[in-house]
Design a binder for this molecule. Structure first.
Ligand code: FMN
Length: 362
């Protein structure tokens, strides 16, 4: 059941997916790690609650990140692992990775773009021996990142997160694929898993070690995790179900909006990042769809691919509003299984439930 990652033991095969903005910070990540899983802090605008955020967002984010990584490690009591999730598309990507590594994070997981240079950034912080992992949505992307890391940096991923089309947040699929998945015709996570395992096989042989793959996106419970593990996955990554926990860093209003949501309240939105995303159909989304959202005025240049004059809304402001629980103006990311989250619980209860279901299905 335990997974070996870069020579360290992760007691439980459970990853908590990074959730920006402000949804998975030190409390959630630390609590998951204390239970033996891998808890993940999202670096995306993680300093948005700092008093000087408006004047110096970049400085505030990096200062907060350093503190959050250290605090999550303390909360973990050294049981599981603490990771950061950094989105390649953010302007602070490289600086966030460096800061997290210097603060002693156990793993860096990167998506929303191909983290081609991640090993080079990590090499700038020789005191860290953190595990490095890409998030991929296809065998092609898994093979490409292995080839690039091996050729240019002599490094092979320590593990891989495979995110399917039922995930929350930004998706590595077309809006049509994401909608079809929601309608019950998902590009099967099982077939994507086989593609990824095949693409990794030569690199596994070359490295002489396993490259654990964690499946993510609509993995409902421990029984499904057990099924994917029989098909070759090392474990699973969960995100949405961890929002409705006492330890989650989101506001109470976010948790209650998720608990109240039904399947029909979940929609696919076009994000200014240039990728589709899955979210609750909040008033902001209704205004954007109706062309009634006012144009973006202030901009803190958080994303590389965003053009504020063309963006339908400011994603940073919308995600920060959601983290604060502002239902009118917030973008509430969630996975396709959000309708199944029925009540508030604790991280310990969630972890125990997943492992109970896993054991029963073993
Ligand atoms: C609120 C929310 C925010 C997310 N933010 C990010 C993010 O910043 N970076 C990222 O790589 N993935 C993000 N994700 C995706 C999750 O990390 C995870 O892979 C996925 O949602 C797992 O599926 P599940 O929610 O069905 O369990 C987010 C998901 C949610 C629900």
């Amino acid at each position: 059941m335990a997974v070996t990652i870069r020579g360290k033991t992760l007691p439980l095969p459970i990853l908590q997916g990074g959730m920006g903005v402000g949804i998975s910070l030190e409390r959630l990540a630390g609590a998951v790690a204390a239970c033996g899983g891998m808890g993940t802090i999202s670096t995306a605008l993680c300093g948005f609650q700092e008093p000087d955020f408006a004047a110096d967002p970049q400085g505030a984010n990096l200062r907060a990140l350093k503190r959050q990584v250290r605090r999550a490690k303390e909360l973990s009591h050294g049981v599981g692992m603490v990771a950061v999730n950094a989105m390649v598309a953010t302007t602070q990507y490289a600086n966030s990775v460096r800061t997290a590594l210097k603060a002693g994070v156990d793993a860096v997981v990167c998506g929303a773009g191909l983290p081609k240079d991640l090993p080079a950034i990590a090499a700038e912080v020789p005191e860290s021996d953190a595990a490095l992992a890409p998030i991929v949505s296809s065998g092609r992307a898994a093979g490409l990142i292995c080839r690039l890391w091996d050729k240019h940096h002599g490094r092979i991923p320590d593990f891989v997160v495979l995110e399917g089309p039922l995930a929350g947040g930004h998706l590595g699929f077309s809006p049509e694929e994401a909608r079809q998945a929601q309608a019950g015709r998902p590009k099967s996570l099982s077939s994507l898993l086989q593609e990824v395992l095949e693409a990794l096989a030569p690199y596994r042989d070359k490295a002489g070690r396993d490259i654990p793959v964690f499946v993510a996106g609509g993995v409902k419970n421990g029984a499904e995790m057990a099924r994917y593990m029989k098909e070759g996955a090392a474990g699973a990554q969960f995100a949405t179900r961890f929002i409705a926990t006492e330890e989650c860093d989101a506001s109470e209003a976010y948790k209650q909006a998720l608990i109240a949501a039904k399947g029909e309240d979940i929609t696919i939105v076009q994000s200014p990042v240039g990728m589709p995303g899955r979210a609750l159909r909040s008033p902001l989304i209704v205004r954007v769809e109706a062309g009634k959202q006012p144009p973006v005025d202030r901009c803190i240049r958080c994303l590389v691919p965003c053009t504020p004059s063309k963006a339908p809304y400011c994603i940073s402001r919308a995600l920060m509003a959601a983290a604060r629980g502002d239902w009118e103006n917030g973008l509430f990311f969630c996975g396709a299984g959000a309708g199944e989250v029925k009540c508030l619980s604790t991280v310990r209860e969630q972890m125990d439930e997943i492992m109970r279901e896993w054991r029963a299905a073993e």
